[in-house]
Design a protein around this ligand. Sequence first.
Ligand SMILES: O=C(CO)COP(=O)(O)O
Length: 252
Amino acid sequence: MRIPFIAGNWKMNLSVDEAINFLNTINGKLPDPKVTETCIAASPLFLESMLEHNTNSPLIIAAENCFYEDEGAYTGETSPKALAEMGVTHVIIGHSERRKYFNETDDIINKKVHAAFRNHLTPIICCDETMSRRQSADRISWVVSQVTNALKSVTAQQAKNIILAYEPSWAIGSGKTASTDEAEEGCYLIRQTIADLYSDDIANQVRVLYGGSVNDDNADDILAQTDIDGVLAGGASLKPDSFLKLANFLQK
Ligand SMILES: O=C(CO)COP(=O)(O)O
C-alpha cells in the first residue's frame, strides 16, 4: 500500500516570519504520517529556521532544488550535502520552472538525482508537459523520456524511494487543472515507465503525484485516481487553511 504524499511547493513566496507562522498554525493539525505524509518545499533561506520550529511535527521539510555537486566554486548554488547536514530529507528536482527559466536539461536533472541519492536525500522528480507537446504526436514519448533520462544509472534499490510528479506546465498557476482523466493518464504513464525501466513491483511501490492548480475543490477527485498517490500544490500550499484541507483529505 502506498501512503499518500501531500506536498506544497512554496516557490519564491513568503518570508521567514510567514513561514514560521505557517508552521505554528498547522502544528498539531497534520495527519499521522503512517496514514498520510505531508511535506513543504521552501526556499533554502527558510530551511534552517523551519527545521528548528518543526520539532515534534510529522511535516517533511524539503528543498525546492539543489545543485549536482556537493561543494566547490559554484557561486549562488545550493549544496545537496549542506541540505542533508542541515536535516533536510527531500528535494524537488526538475520542476518545469527550473527547466524553463534556468535551462535545466534532462542531463542536469539526472546529475541532480544522483547528487540527491549520494547525500541520502529523497528526490521528488517532476515531469513537465507543455501545451504544445500535449497537442503534438510525441507527447507520450516526451514524458517517458523525461523519466528515463532522469533515472539514468539509478539502481532499482534507489528507484524504490523516489517520488515522481506529473506537473503539466499548462496547468501550473493557470487555474486550468488537468481533468481527472488527464491527471490519471499522466501519472499512469509515469508508473508504466518505471515498470518498464525496473519492474512492476517497483512501479507499485513508487509514489506518483499530480501538480497543477490543485486546490481543495478538485483535490478529492484527483486523489481518488488509481495511479495518483498525492499532490504537489503551489498556490494552495501558501495558506495554512488550504494546505491543512489538502493534508487531511482522508478525514473528510
Ligand atoms: O508548480 C506547482 C507545484 O510544484 C503547481 O503550482 P500551482 O498549484 O500554483 O498551479
